[in-house]
Write a protein that binds this ligand. Sequence first.
Ligand code: ADP
Length: 280
Amino acid sequence: MTILSAADIPSIALLYKLRKLPPTPPAHPLPTTHTPPTPAPRPSSTLNARLAVLRGDITHLAVDAVVNAANRSLLGGGGVDGAIHRAAGPQLQRACRALGGCATGSAKMTAAYGLPCRHVIHAVGPVYELGDGPRSAALLAGCYARSLALAAGAGCRSVAFSAISTGVYGFPSREAAPVALGAIRRFLEGPEGEGIDKVVIVTFEMKDVDAYNEFIPLYFPPVLEEETTAPTAETDRAKRETDAQLEAEAEAVANELPSAPTSDPSDAGRAGKKQKHDGA
Ligand code: ADP
């Protein structure tokens, strides 16, 4: 099992550069529920260096905080919640019990015990309500904002998110990804976000990989290389050197990355996952 630290996880700035992340979304129509962000997000190399996307198991990340997709009891369940509790050990459940549950759309933090990260933030996403997308979206955005505020308040510099609500709670990935990205961008641009160096979006299933590939270019657009001055032999050489360095860095990173899941979890694997208490 490979444990990755925040520095090992390539930012989207690097993924764009290496063309491992498409710079424009695919041509198919956006979900009807999607409201384009206003004002349109501007390309920012500093913001793009602070966002990462990685397909793999969140329990293998040695970041400052990982964000769990918990339920309101905070006592553990299936899916990513089960994986986090298994890897952390029984002390995590004891710590969660002392928190007395958590409201939907909010989050609470504990230590990480047997996990390689320092903190676990337990966010309670909404159960997706068909026909009540805006309410579900507001609650989901609340999970991201509250989790980031808790992380920043605890001095965390790196935070990894699981795809909250997109499993058993039924939030369509193509609706959840823009909500998550909008909330992350707002936080990173605000004063509270200054201490956060890296937010890692951890995808597990292909539907989430596809959704993030589609929406990252809309919320964190690539920075086009400016050609303000005519290239000289000197600038050409410098550019070749930088590209080679990035390429080498990326190759080193890629060799270290854990193997992504080869199949999506089966429905049987999700059985007994969570109690969907009151739909809130
Ligand atoms: P929810 O009930 O909030 O929908 P789930 O645990 O069912 O929570 O799913 C949330 C997301 O976590 C899903 O996209 C699922 O594929 C993903 N997931 C499951 N196990 C892991 C894991 N070990 N690491 C990262 N993500 C995971």
